[in-house]
Design a protein around this ligand. Sequence first.
Ligand code: MG
Length: 157
Amino acid sequence: MVGFGYDVHQLREGERLRLGGIEIPSPKGVIAHSDGDVLLHALCDALLGAVGLGDLGEHFPDTDPVYRGISSHVLVERVVALLRERGYRIVNVDATIVLQEPKIAPYRGAMRQRIAELCDIPLERVSVKATTPEHLGFVGRQEGIVAFCVCEVQPLL
Ligand code: MG
């Protein structure tokens, strides 16, 4: 089964930028109740989507004080546990981040490693790609950051 996830957050000067569980030095970071990790949020939605379990906002509403400011890696851990309880394992994850600046290529390896650990799958089954929007649109103006993620999930036999 295949799942797809998408997330977008606004950027602002002086905020922190966390992607794939990794802190990335950047003059601009994400405005969010949580750590605003668009990559991990898109991953959660892809995993939930693959098994028809709704979306992140449904499971962990940011209107609930319990989930305000919750670390995204905790969300991934909970979603992965949910899939396991339902009898599924993750086959692979493929994600793309769209961001004008900074260059995130130096952090891709660390992000893949972190996602592989969280999903409990080998490194080669995790792909993290990045592209710039060529200065076009809200991402090009550095007003926001976007992440897309697909995954494959299989029943545990
Ligand atoms: Mg989000």
